[in-house]
Structure formats: structure tokens, C-alpha cells
Design a protein around this ligand. Sequence first.
Ligand SMILES: [Zn+2]
Length: 280
Amino acid sequence: MDRILNQLIQLQELNFVLSEQRTLVPKSRLTDLENSVKELITNLPQEIAILYRGLQERHHHQAAVVPEAHGTCSGCGISLPTSLAAEIRTGKGIQQCPNCRRILYHLEGAPRQLRKRLEQTGRPRAGVARFSSKELMLPLIEREDRDDAISELIQLMATKGFVENPESLLSSALRRESIISTSLEHGLAFPHVRGVEGGGLTFSLGLKKQGLKFGSPKGRLTRIIFFIVIPSAASVFYLQLLSGLIETFREDSARKKILACKTSEEMWTALTTLTQKTIP
Ligand SMILES: [Zn+2]
């Protein structure tokens, strides 16, 4: 892929992580991240840096660089002219969507969602059921290691037909963890991958009752792990979902309730009840 395009994708990822961390851990020190962002911007050709900043403004700090998916712009959803789609696939140069002006890229073998099964039940859904389902609850993460635990949650999503290409999803999730850990206080972690197009914001939830090391501060153990796939156009919902889940599981009693579950049915019932107010 084009070197500049690659830099832009990295820059955007860091910017997302910054806004996520500012939302989740308001008092956190993010000097390293902020410096990396500055450095990446300085290394861009000036006109590209200006273009990127302009797009960020225009799209209210949502995605400015988005994947082309099946000939459409995943930022605004319009069908792209065939010649433009072909140009994007060559990976050369900077191409923009004629409608929303976002910069487009194509990633060979990128993880993708399959036709979203959550939508197939006919009646409109509310609350947490918009983002997950009973079949995406994993009461017992088997492995002890962070990477294996994330892999189990991804495999569950793939087995149940929500995503394809689990290997590529895992490597993207681990790349995200390497920027800054997604583990938070209270034994919670939110590993995720952005730019997974083809469906909606979707998560699986796994429990590790005895806890595992996920990289949370002071070596605390992580017990409740949400793995989330985020389409480019769903960044806002993602932060809302995250805030809602954290608000719920900040409470000791909520964590106890979910960790006491032994089956995916029990987990799903507990999760929908516990998040009724925080995820309307
Ligand atoms: Zn567009």
C-alpha cells in the first residue's frame, strides 16, 4: 500500500485511541500517544496533513480515512465509480470519495462482517440486543493468555457466522493492544478492531473467573472481556456503547452477577437486565 496512505491509517488509529482514552480515563496521561500523533503529522507531506485535518473537522473527528468495501465508500455508503474503485485497489496515491471526500483505501484480506444476523429476526431491537446476542456470550474463556483469550472471542464470532477472516481480525486486535492496552479498572477489557465493514457494531463477551493478565495497571487481573468489531461509520455508537458498559460494570454487584453466570443464556439475561438503563 501507498506509504502515505499507510501513515494516514496509523495516524487515524492513534487519534481514535486518544479520543477513546480521553472518554474512558479522563485524567490519564497520554503524552506518548500525543507525541506519536505529532510525529506522524509532521512526517506527512504538508498538503496531505491539511487535507486530513480538514476531513477530520468536516466529519466531527469521525473516520476521515475509510475502507472501500464492495465498490462502496464505507464512510457514506455511496457506490463508487468502477474506475475509481479499481484505482483504489491498486493502492497507489490518495483517492477520495466523490460524495463525502473521505480518503479511501483497500485492504486485501481485511476482516469483514457477514450479513448481520442480528438483523434477521424481523422485529426492531432495543438496548444491548442491537449489538450482541445470546450466541456471542462465552461463560468460560479456556486459555490463560491475553492473546488466546481474544482469539477465543473472535473464533466465537466467526463460528456463529458474524465475521470472516478471524486470523486477520486477531492480528488487527493485537496491533491495537500494542498501542495502549484496552484493559481498564474493575477487571474489564475492551479489545476491538475498527473498520470491519459489512454489518453493524457487534460484540462478544467472555468471562475468565479466576482472571488473566491483560496489561491493566498495577498487574491487576482482568475477568470480563468484550471483543468489539466497529464499522467505520459506527465510531460514535462505539463510544456510547463503551460508556454504557463501563457505567454498568463499574458496580461491584453487576460484576458479581455476570461472573456468577454459568451458561450463555444466563449471561445474556444478566447482561440485558444490567444494561437496561445504561444502554437504552
Ligand atoms: Zn463517501
